[in-house]
Design a binder for this molecule. Sequence first.
Ligand SMILES: NC(=O)c1ccc[n+]([C@@H]2O[C@H](COP(=O)([O-])OP(=O)(O)OC[C@H]3O[C@@H](n4cnc5c(N)ncnc54)[C@H](O)[C@@H]3O)[C@@H](O)[C@H]2O)c1
Length: 272
Amino acid sequence: MDARLAGKSVLVVGAGASAPGWGIGRAVTAQFVREGARVLAVDVEPDRLEETARLIADEGGACQTAVADSLSLPDMERAVQGCVAAFGRIDVLQHNVGGGGPGGVLETSEAEWRRLIDLNLTSAFIVAKAALPAMLDAGGAITFISSVAAFRPVAGSSPAYHAAKAGVVQLARVIALQHAAQGVRVNCILPGYVDTPEMRRRHAARFGAGRVEEIMQRRAATIPSGRAASVWDIAHAAVFLASDEARQISGTEIVIDGTQTLQSAPPYLPPG
Ligand SMILES: NC(=O)c1ccc[n+]([C@@H]2O[C@H](COP(=O)([O-])OP(=O)(O)OC[C@H]3O[C@@H](n4cnc5c(N)ncnc54)[C@H](O)[C@@H]3O)[C@@H](O)[C@H]2O)c1
């Protein structure tokens, strides 16, 4: 079978992982390379980025890297220019930057609210603003990682995370409509509970390192499919949305949650 992204030039923003191992951005980057794309991987943390490049090199692939902050428009404009300089154009922009925090409104400081809105939503706006001018002539695909928290309260995540992820969905829909005639597609992936190093780190911080496996299993048992998503479940959806197979798909969302959010009475944990 032909590589599904052969000939595509891809910019991945948030290509590392906050804790050691395969995070979503790292897995997406590796899967893009496996599918034949030329990838410029960007992250704000040089060590995390190097680890992504090393893991890809270990399996015989290669990606280019650039350290840049997705909250800085000049940084992202440089990253886009770097992608165009290296590969001639940018066909795909994949945005993975994001993260949550615990607590309800009462426990969330104003500073923490602004930090999470910036990390999840403003970042998506800035990378799209930087990349769109380079996509308007030839078209392209933009994919944001949102969350099922965009439309359903989920346990253990703050109101700011929910609000920001909902904002990402509407941001994507509006850009999709505004630039459809120019051949730009914009979609979101909405993961439910994903087994990531960062999720495990958060469980360890909250419940203790010795209870991580138990907590993962208890959370997975609340999902009708009986399992958390793996980072590769997310990566495969990202490849599809980036590929020409999805050429008529724009302004929409792929939910990857094993029917977690279809339940009529989802288990809800108090803020914490
Ligand atoms: N793990 C889950 O269950 C789950 C569920 C739904 C959605 N998500 C979303 O998936 C995405 C990835 O999750 P993850 O657990 O793999 O995250 P992660 O924290 O492991 O990886 C995020 C990467 O983004 C980078 N980053 C952070 N700020 C940046 C900035 N300003 N500029 C450039 N890079 C920056 C980090 O250094 C890190 O390498 C996030 O948007 C998250 O909200 C995760």
